[in-house]
Design a protein around this ligand. Structure first.
Ligand SMILES: [Fe+2]
Length: 473
């Protein structure tokens, strides 16, 4: 309610301003949202927002603990997005520091002395603190299903929301974020018909999917690839260079490529892969688009080293968009991420979260040995990966909670139309490694983590639990 009041106050006071004339939503093109920032760290979050390309007297204050006074951040830094097809606008960013891990804190944004936004939020959890996160992919299409899942996620009170790719349809364009992302995941009030005030209060992390960064043609979509300027995630992955094994070249007129590069800054191309710690989990986030060659020895070494450095963390989870192990007929041939299975096994990964396939699937704990032809380091266009899997069929997540191998989850039922509902009850159509396949309802994954155990529930849009299991160390 308070935000609504502030908006009204803002319009009364600033509605005639030449800078903001015609703007119906106050000073923001997207209201403030929380991110890890390019360098994640304990007690730290970045706050971002979008506004017009005009010099305004922004001020951000926050109270990093219940009994502390208000503290001002240094003036916001910003990057200007000047891409064809939309007015120039700015992505503002400030860093909030010294947040006690896991604490609730308040922040407020002012223009001059006038308050224009305020919210409560939760600081990231650190090692030793139990936490809950929610994961769902393939979400940002503006549909009623997306709104219902956003609202359901809000009701779960997560410490973290994870999107394993296909953040915004159809092409991850800046213009598409306006209708299909910000208003729903950062709505002013929670409602199953509208969405929820999630992004202002809860850290969001995303892996880029094919709809986000697969299309490289900036001639066709000058405002495409906006993942690289609207998200602020760690820049600690492999460096990558255009045309190399990690990054296919940008396409389109030079002026469009230049405009994109200026908007993205250091985030392109490196921010497509990164890692971070949250609570007792070390997360590795990867770009699974088929243009990336995960058979490249250097890229594989980066994943292996990232997991090895994190070996002291109680849990190691990985997320990327294209699942290596799933049973749907749709996208059945896209097995390219299977080649990393041995790296995950060596790195003692427990869970892998993907999307791309718009339903929910769980594998048996498994290990996988790809055959030699599938792991040649030169780029392989065929996305099939043959090999042999070994399944732990004794793990049931109730009486036996110690999996032998990696459990692969598909949680791609976050809003976009569902895939292959006819396969839910047709167990004969499932691959041997699939133990659960729910493709008739929209759903999200709710995970409660502590240092000893992880409890996973798959929750439908109506709140029904459609799968659950526990893993223990
Ligand atoms: Fe996808």
């Amino acid at each position: 309610m308070i935000v609504r009041f502030l908006r009204v106050a803002f319009l009364v006071s600033f509605g005639t301003s030449s800078v903001l004339a015609g703007d119906q939503t106050g000073p923001f093109l997207a209201e403030p949202y929380l991110q890890l920032g390019h360098s994640a760290g304990v007690g730290k979050l970045d706050l971002l927002w979008l506004s017009t390309d005009a010099d305004l007297a922004w001020k951000v204050e926050y109270r990093p603990g219940r009994h502390k006074g208000w503290r001002s951040t240094p003036g916001p830094r910003f990057r200007t997005v000047r891409v064809e097809g939309m007015p120039p606008h700015r992505v503002y960013e400030v860093t909030l520091r010294d947040l006690p891990p896991g604490s609730n804190f308040s922040y407020r944004v002012s223009l001059g002395d006038r308050l224009v936004f305020e919210s409560e939020a939760r600081a990231p959890k650190s090692a030793g603190q139990p936490h809950r996160f929610v994961a769902f992919g393939d979400c940002g299409d503006g549909s009623p299903n997306q709104k219902a899942i956003a609202h359901r996620a809000f009701q779960a009170h997560p410490d973290l929301v994870l999107i394993p790719g296909d953040i915004v349809y159809d092409r991850g364009r800046a213009t598409e974020y306006r209708d299909r992302f910000w208003p729903i995941f950062n709505a002013d009030a929670p409602s199953p018909d509208a969405g929820a005030p999630l992004m202002r209060s809860t850290l969001f992390v995303a892996a880029p999917g094919n709809h986000d960064i697969g299309a490289r043609d900036l001639g066709k979509y000058p405002d495409g690839l906006s993942y690289f300027y609207y998200w602020s995630q760690p820049i600690n992955g492999p460096e990558g260079r255009e045309g190399g094994p990690m990054t296919s070249p940008l396409v389109g007129p030079e002026s469009n490529r230049l405009a994109f590069r200026e908007a993205a800054g250091p985030a392109f191309p490196r921010m497509a892969n990164f890692s971070f710690d949250f609570g007792d989990v070390h997360w590795t986030v990867l770009d699974s688009n088929p243009s990336v060659n995960w058979n490249d020895p250097e890229l594989r070494r980066w994943v292996a080293q990232d997991l090895a450095i994190a070996k002291g963390a109680p849990w190691r989870f990985v997320t990327f968009h294209h699942p290596g192990f799933h049973s749907s007929r749709s996208h059945g041939e896209e097995e390219q991420m299977r080649t990393l299975a041995p790296v995950f096994e060596a790195g003692k990964v427990s869970l892998v979260f993907s999307g791309h396939v718009h339903n929910y699937q769980r594998s048996y704990p498994l290990s996988f040995l790809p055959d030699a032809a599938s792991t040649r380091s030169d780029f392989k266009k065929d996305r099939r990966v043959a090999g042999r899997w070994t399944l732990d069929r004794t793990f049931d997540g109730r009486t036996d909670t110690t999996p032998e191998g990696v459990i692969y989850l598909v949680t791609g039922a976050g809003g976009r139309h569902l895939y292959n509902p006819e396969q839910q009850d047709d167990t004969a159509s499932w691959k041997e490694f699939t133990v659960k396949h729910v493709s008739k309802v929209f759903s999200m994954t709710v995970v409660d983590v502590d240092g000893q155990a992880v409890r996973v529930q798959q929750v439908g849009a109506e709140g029904q639990v459609i799968d659950q299991f526990v893993i223990s160390r």
